[in-house]
Design a protein around this ligand. Structure first.
Ligand code: PGA
Length: 255
């Protein structure tokens, strides 16, 4: 099934109020590609300003707390993200799995909470280099999925999966086309097994050193329905060519 491509920027801990102009520029240029869904996940503190600056363009958070409210110093609930103007959130990014020691179980709770509140969710999985070198990458990613997929899907909001090999993030290294194809097919099979027909319609994104120079090749891989972009999403000049690549060969020369 050919799904509409989704290109999501993850600004991580980058961005000040002076960068809202860049958000505006990205949204303005992305609107030239209505055949692609585009979103930017900015630091929580910038969400409200970004969302007000670009009404109609999807702004998201990078994490969410699983509880509705309570004594969780420094955390942000799904309702708070929505209140600030976010329409989606990332959960389970490897930088949080590692630095904040988030488990599959935590991530499942976050995904459940976000979907229930009405946020679209991008759930990240991915193996370390050590795991890949031992030939266990597919088994590891499937086990992460088994532990962190939400209980069910929500009809009004979307769940997407982002496959991000940890060793490819910010490193300039990208798996081969065959490696990405193999992993995305394994994820697709798992989603079908878990959610039946609906699992075939969930978008599976690739993430890790996606750039304008490799995006077209990545989009051509079966079961790659979008990308999650870190470093190359900070500036429109780097990000928009990736959106153009998602739009397909006809739109690409226009980038
Ligand atoms: P990168 O990050 O594009 O800078 O490799 C991707 C990510 O961590 O989502």
């Amino acid at each position: 099934m050919q799904l509409k491509k989704l290109v999501v920027g993850n600004w991580k801990m980058h961005g000040l109020s002076s960068d809202i102009e860049e958000v505006r520029e990205i949204a303005r240029q992305a609107s030239r590609y209505p055949e692609v869904d585009v979103a930017l996940c900015v630091p929580a503190i910038l969400i409200e300003r970004a969302a007000s600056a670009v009404r109609g363009f999807a702004i998201g958070g990078q994490d969410v707390h699983q509880a509705v409210k309570g004594a969780y110093t420094g955390s942000t609930s799904a309702e708070m993200l929505l209140d600030a103007g976010a329409v989606l959130t990332i959960v389970g990014h490897s930088e949080r799995r590692i630095e904040q020691r988030e488990s599959d179980c935590d991530i499942k709770a976050k995904a459940n909470a976000a979907l229930k509140a009405g946020l679209n969710v991008i759930l990240c999985v991915g193996e370390s280099l050590e795991v890949r070198d031992h030939g266990n990458s597919v088994a590891t990613v499937l086990s992460q999925l088994a532990g962190s997929l939400p209980e069910g899907l929500a009809s009004e909001v979307e769940l997407a999966i982002a496959y991000e090999p940890i060793w490819a993030i910010g490193s300039g290294k990208v798996p081969t086309v065959e490696e990405i194809a193999q992993m995305h097919l394994a994820i697709r099979d798992e989603l079908r097994a878990r959610f039946g027909e609906a699992g075939g319609a969930l978008r599976i994104l690739y993430g890790g050193s996606v750039k304008s120079t490799n995006a077209a090749e990545i989009f051509d891989i079966a079961n790659v329905d979008g990308v999650l972009v870190g470093g190359a999403s900070l500036k429109s000049v780097d990000f928009i060519p990736i959106v153009a690549a998602a739009a397909g060969p006809i739109a690409r020369p226009d980038s």
